[in-house]
Design a protein around this ligand. Structure first.
Ligand code: DC
Length: 222
C-alpha cells in the first residue's frame, strides 16, 4: 500500500512547521521537518571547522556526515552522526550557515534520498522549500503555505517580544524580504509554488484555523 505524502512548501515564517506538526499529530502522521536536516549538516560542518563558503570543501565533507530523523513518541529528533542536535540548530549562526549550504547542489543531492526514503516508509507531512517541486513530485497533496511579508514580520515581532528579545519591525521585515529573495532566486531548487499545489494564505488565519485548513485539505485526499 502506498503512503499518504503531503508536501508543504512556502517562505520562511509563514507558519509551515507549526501547522504541519499540529496537523500530523492530529491525523496520526509523521511530521518531517526538512529544514532541520539541512540545519544538522550546517551544524556538523561548523563544528568540524569546515569553511562553509567553500562549496568544494563542503562537498568533500558530505560523505562523512550521517543525518537522521528519529521519531520518539511522535516527537521528531534530529541526529547527526549519532549526536542529537535538535536543541542546537536554531541559533542565528546556524540559520545563516544553513541558508548558505542549502544553495549548494551537492548538499541538496545528498539529502534527496533520505527525504524520499522517509516518505516511502511513512504517512508523512514534509515541509521545506522544494518538497512539491523536487523531492516528492508525486505527493498525494501539495500545499504552498504563505502569508504576506508584512503579516509574517508582524508575527515574528510578536514572537520576539514574547521571548524578551524585541526587534524593530522594519528590520524584521527587511530580513524577511531578503530571505524570500534569496530562497526564490537561488539556482538549485528555488522556492516556488508547484503548478499542482494548493495555495493556502494564512495571513488572516489563527494557528488553529491554519491547522484546520491543512487537515481539511488532507482529508479530501484520504
Ligand atoms: O525551514 P528552516 O528555516 O528550518 O530552513 C532552514 C534553511 O534551510 C533555510 O535557509 C532554507 C533551507 N531549506 C531548503 O533550502 N530546503 C528545504 N527543503 C528546507 C530548508
Amino acid at each position: 500500500m502506498s503512503h499518504i505524502t503531503v508536501a508543504i512548501d512556502g517562505p520562511s515564517g509563514a507558519g509551515k512547521s507549526t501547522a504541519a506538526r499540529a496537523a500530523a499529530a492530529r491525523l496520526g502522521m509523521i511530521y518531517a521537518d526538512t529544514g532541520a536536516i539541512y540545519r544538522s549538516i550546517a551544524y556538523k560542518a561548523l563544528s568540524e571547522g569546515v569553511d562553509i563558503s567553500d562549496e568544494r570543501a563542503v562537498g568533500e565533507f558530505l560523505p562523512s556526515v550521517r543525518p537522521e530523523l528519529r521519531f520518539v513518541d511522535g516527537e521528531q529528533r534530529v541526529l547527526v552522526n549519532g549526536e542529537d542536535v535538535s536543541d542546537k540548530i536554531r541559533t542565528p549562526e546556524i540559520s545563516m550557515a544553513t541558508s548558505k549550504i542549502s544553495a549548494y547542489p551537492a548538499v541538496r543531492e545528498f539529502l534527496l534520498g533520505l527525504q524520499r526514503e522517509l516518505a516511502a516508509k511513512n504517512d508523512v507531512i514534509m515541509d521545506g522549500r522544494d518538497i512539491g517541486t523536487v523531492v516528492l513530485p508525486d505527493a498525494t497533496l501539495k500545499i504552498f503555505l504563505t502569508a504576506s511579508a508584512e503579516k509574517r514580520a508582524d508575527r515574528r515581532c510578536k514572537e520576539l517580544a514574547e521571548k524578551g528579545t524585541p526587534q524593530a519591525y522594519d528590520d524584521v521585515l527587511k530580513d524577511i524580504i531578503k530571505r524570500d529573495y534569496d530562497d526564490s532566486h537561488r539556482q538549485t531548487a528555488p522556492l516556488r509554488q508547484a503548478p499542482d499545489a494548493v495555495l493556502l494564505d494564512t495571513g488572516d488565519m489563527s494557528l488553529e484555523e491554519s491547522v484546520d485548513a491543512v487537515c481539511a485539505l488532507i482529508k479530501t485526499k484520504s
